[in-house]
Design a protein around this ligand. Structure first.
Ligand SMILES: [Zn+2]
Length: 254
């Protein structure tokens, strides 16, 4: 391990790169770059009542992932404080200091890393986006990318000639959605709020002009999507696409 400490130029560089905090140390490890930082301001505002407090209750650390630097993954080691709220009528006894520009409360990734992952998902979709994220040292799963994309406002775009249909987990595998991507550019076309075949079929009927479908669905929903989409208006001969539509699917393995 090689540690760079008290190098003023390095600290100044990272101070500019990491907003809202003061960088004290940059450590280069086998896993990447670790940037240690703390908040310099002596007080914080209670998020519940807005009262300013200088009474520190305790200290804690967070280690969120950040955007990569020079092809190396970056992790922040944030040394943070919990304050007492001194406002007598406030329900909060203590509160943690917030870094609204840098990271959301309880988030595992910085806001700018989430923004980068969202852009990757919108440009490449889940699976290709995950491969791309690993290449640029900001590795994230396809589901993680798609959750970021789901929160984004998708740019308006023409109905693609080739449409990919995939399902993904919104939240730790408890709630699922369906993602529709342009099969030629991989850009995200639409994010459907569930993974019901009839929701996808309704979308297909509202967007004529697709020549080819590619299904990459997980086993629990594959059969229903396959049957419902085949039976939808989209697949009837003579409908938009001139009856020349083709069907291509990746059957989930048993
Ligand atoms: Zn308060």
């Amino acid at each position: 391990m090689r540690t760079i400490v008290s190098a003023q130029a390095i600290t100044l560089l990272f101070a500019a790169l990491v907003p809202e905090v003061t960088v004290t140390e940059v450590t280069i490890t086998a896993e990447g770059i670790l940037v240690t930082a703390f908040v310099l301001r002596p007080s914080a505002s209670c998020p519940h009542c807005g009262a300013v407090s200088t009474s520190v209750h305790s200290y804690y650390t967070r280690q969120p992932h950040d955007v990569s630097l020079s092809g190396q993954p970056v992790r922040l080691l944030l040394q943070l404080r919990r304050f007492r709220c001194l406002h007598t009528s406030c329900p909060a006894v203590t509160f943690s200091e917030r870094l609204p520009t840098l990271i959301a409360p309880a988030a595992q990734r910085t806001a700018r890393l989430n923004a980068s992952l969202r852009d990757l998902a919108l440009a490449f979709g889940g699976q290709a986006g995950a491969r791309q994220s690993a290449r640029i040292a900001m590795a994230a799963s396809g589901d993680t990318l798609l959750r970021r994309a789901h929160r984004a406002t998708l740019p308006a775009q023409a109905t693609p000639r080739v449409l990919g249909i995939d399902d993904f987990a919104f939240d730790k595998g408890q709630v699922y959605g369906t993602i529709l991507t342009d099969g030629e550019t991989h850009a995200v076309v639409a994010m459907l709020p569930d993974r019901r075949a009839k929701t996808a079929a309704a979308w297909l009927r509202a967007h004529p002009g697709i020549d080819r479908l590619t299904l990459s669905l997980s086993r629990p929903v594959y059969f229903w999507f396959s049957r419902t989409c085949r039976e939808s208006t989209f697949m009837r001969p003579g409908h938009a696409g001139g009856g020349g539509q083709t069907w291509h699917d990746h059957r989930p393995s048993a």
